[in-house]
Design a protein around this ligand. Structure first.
Ligand code: ADP
Ligand code: MG
Length: 683
């Protein structure tokens, strides 16, 4: 047998079993061997029933005494009575009608699960194994339990894996010898033996660690290859790090730059000198002052006689950037221009032509608009604001707009956990602004029950008379802008009864852009004191006088998103307060999560927690990164291994970009990752 032999050729696996294995993504012998057990059962000391404790996991070897089947209100129920020499126990399966009549008195079983006490000792929906059917079972003290699919029994997968191990001639080693030695990793065949036929728990650890490392090593190698292919032979236009316009900008600022801002500006300055294109991710909490840094980068392009563009996710943001900086930019001699979808067609056309002719050099607009249909005259740098779901492929599409590759600065206020910047964002350099501008007053966050809403409103009313301004954010309703809007309207009406409508405005995603701008402007000027809003205010909106935020149904938001929202306040010199109004009866996890949020100001900690709770898939959005799924390793659990794997992979590629001296690696990539390679454009 060879690694790529279809599983069907294994003894005991016919077309039917092969089809079921295929459902688990197993087609070849190699796939089968990399289908790892999800857990192990140590049957070396099965306990007698009489010593099993309620509430604890137990593995028991028992005999079937009799079985019954009933339909109950909660579904079909199969119950068997089992016994060993010490006692009896009931074993129950809910919703497994397929098990009806499948247990014969006298049959020997292994059952493993939690023992509970409910009038009597029982075990509900345990893992089970028919011992008569596979006598080899008693040869090993520890046996693996594999993820299964319908119609496949545990022993079938186990037997198949065993056969594969026996019959496979050999599997080519995949990790360079030097790295195996450095990290004390076993060889591939040994590792597979360890995980499929362990002699003890320590062996499992050893085997699993090697397989995780291997997966991460290839993951990082693909990232490294992608990065190289993006940059191969590609020159970027050298910009001017210390030119006339950037200097004038610094002079024109009404504040001193923070040390972090200065540091990041230096990092960008070094990137844009012309070695290759900049690929930098700038992370900084909301309000940390990323925009000036971006303007610096853009002006460095203009100083070089080229164009730069800043793309924002929403029109509100694009307008805010443009309106907020237009005057300063024009004064120092740049030519800013705003391009948004809501402009009249004629205006849009006119502005596009100005861009094409090079009559504007700093363009502000939305992602969508600019990606679709703008011809630049001499684009040399792009800034992508507030985009934490920016996939590589999308980035590549945009980059094709200019002949030499433009420099790219991606900015995100949603802190991206380090594990993700090392993986999915692995081809970006990372800058971080940690320090906030000086003179910001304190911001507190507190939880209150919805039943206290009246009190909160009364407090709000009083604060308004003191000149405060407030956001009231209405719950996120997945998939339904309509429901989201109706809940916002409800809150708006509630508040209108108390406060009147004069200083109250409603903002949501279905409003025309003009209306939204009007509401926003009103709030900025202070004519509107309370802005009731759906989540459209999430990103980037900047009104320093806003000091209060009330969030309804905070449990519906992710932590990172709550943090984004909260970032709208606490930008000025007055202390500010964020109140989360939560319904009663939340699950313990949900209230724990909100408590963690209320007590944590560090966006990176929140991001890590978010990642842990929701997993990378949720955070990354759709799969546009072209990287393979991780099946064995886990970015969070294995973050230390990830760091090592990255260093190793990058070091290897640095010394040997064509992998000529690493035939094992080259062969493995072509065998396993041909598709990713193609997607990444690194073939
Ligand atoms: P974000 O990082 O969220 O995009 P902004 O760039 O919008 O933050 O900055 C938030 C506010 O802080 C803006 O009003 C900006 O002008 C101001 N600001 C930026 N840098 C400083 C600084 N060094 N000192 C004081 N205020 C600053
Ligand atoms: Mg911003």
């Amino acid at each position: 047998m060879k690694p790529d032999t279809p599983v069907q050729y294994l003894k005991g696996i016919g077309p039917k079993r092969a089809a079921r294995l295929a459902k688990l993504g197993i087609e070849t012998v190699e796939d089968l061997l990399f289908h790892l057990p999800s857990r192990y059962i140590d049957r070396s000391n099965p306990v007698p029933i009489s010593s099993a404790q309620p509430g604890q996991e137990a593995t028991l070897v028992v005999k079937v005494m009799g079985s019954t089947f009933r339909r109950t209100r909660s579904g079909p129920l199969v119950q068997i009575l089992v016994a060993d020499s010490s006692a009896q126990l009931y074993v129950i399966w809910f919703n497994r009608p397929d098990l009806r009549g499948r247990f014969k008195p006298g049959e020997k079983l292994l059952v493993s699960g939690q023992v509970t006490f409910y009038d009597r000792m029982q075990m509900v929906n345990p893992f089970f194994e028919r011992l008569d059917a596979n006598p080899d079972f008693f040869e090993r003290p520890i046996f693996p339990v594999y993820p299964l699919t319908e119609g496949l029994a545990a022993w079938e997968v186990r037997r198949a894996a065993n056969r594969a191990l026996d019959e496979l001639e050999t599997l080519p080693e995949t990790i360079p010898l030097e790295l195996m030695q450095r990290h004390e990793l076993p060889g591939i065949m040994q590792a597979l033996q360890c995980v499929h036929r362990p002699k003890g728990m320590a062996e499992i650890e050893k085997g699993v660690r090697r397989l995780r490392y291997e997966e991460l090593f290839y993951f990082e190698t693909l990232i490294g290859l992608r990065r190289r292919s993006l940059e191969q032979g590609i020159k970027a236009e050298p910009l001017v790090p210390e030119g006339k316009l950037t200097k004038s900008l610094f002079k024109a600022l009404p504040f001193e730059l923070t040390d972090d801002q200065i540091k990041v500006i230096a990092e960008i300055g070094a990137d844009i000198c012309g070695k290759g294109p900049m690929h930098r991710l700038l992370q900084g909490d909301v309000g940390s002052g990323k925009t000036v840094v971006a303007l610096y980068a853009m002006l460095a392009a203009v100083d070089a006689g080229r164009q730069a563009v800043m793309m924002a996710p929403t029109e509100i943001l694009a307008e805010q950037h443009y309106e907020g900086w237009k005057e300063t930019l024009e004064k120092i001699g740049a030519r800013p221009l705003l391009l948004t979808g809501s402009l009249k067609n004629k205006d849009k056309e006119e502005r596009r032509e100005m861009i094409a002719r090079g009559e504007a050099d700093m363009i502000f607009g939305t992602h969508a608009l600019i990606e679709e249909n703008v011809e630049f005259c001499s684009l040399a740098l792009m800034v992508v604001d507030e985009q934490h779901r920016f996939g590589v492929i999308q980035r590549a599409a945009l980059a094709s707009k200019s002949e030499a590759r433009p420099h790219v600065l991606v900015m995100s206020a949603t802190p991206i956990p380090r594990t993700l910047t090392l993986s999915y964002y692995g081809d970006l350099d990372v800058s971080v602004i940690k320090e906030k501008p000086k003179g910001r007053a304190e911001r507190t966050t507190e939880l209150a029950y919805e039943s206290r809403k009246e009190g909160v409103y009364r407090w709000l009313e009083e604060r308004l008379t003191q000149g405060d301004r407030a956001y009231v954010v209405c719950p996120l309703i997945e998939e339904s802008e309509k429901l989201e809007l109706s809940s916002a309207k409800e809150t708006f009406d509630e508040l209108a009864v108390r406060l009147g409508t004069e200083h109250l405005a409603l903002m949501h995603g279905r409003m025309k852009a003009e209306e939204r701008t009007r509401a926003m402007e009103g709030f900025r000027k202070g004519e509107v004191k309370v802005l009731v809003s759906t989540t459209v205010i999430e990103v980037g909106v900047d009104v320093a006088e806003a000091t209060i935020m009330i969030i309804m149904h905070p449990e519906r938001f992710g932590l990172a998103q709550l943090h984004q929202l909260r970032g709208r306040i606490g930008r000025g010199q007055r202390p500010s307060r964020c109140v989360l109004l939560m319904p009663s009866g939340l699950s313990p996890e949900a209230s724990q999560r909100l408590n963690f949020f209320a007590n944590t100001e560090d966006g990176f900690l929140l991001a890590d927690e978010d990642l842990r709770i929701r997993g990378p898939g949720q955070i990354m959005g759709t799969r546009q990164h072209g990287l393979p799924d991780l099946r064995i390793a886990d970015l969070i659990r294995d973050s230390e291994l990830l760091v090592k794997a990255r260093e190793d992979a990058f070091e290897m590629l640095e010394a040997d970009p064509g992998l000529r001296n690493h035939p094992r690696v080259a062969a493995t990539i072509h065998r396993r990752h041909a598709k990713s390679l193609e997607l990444l454009g690194a073939a």
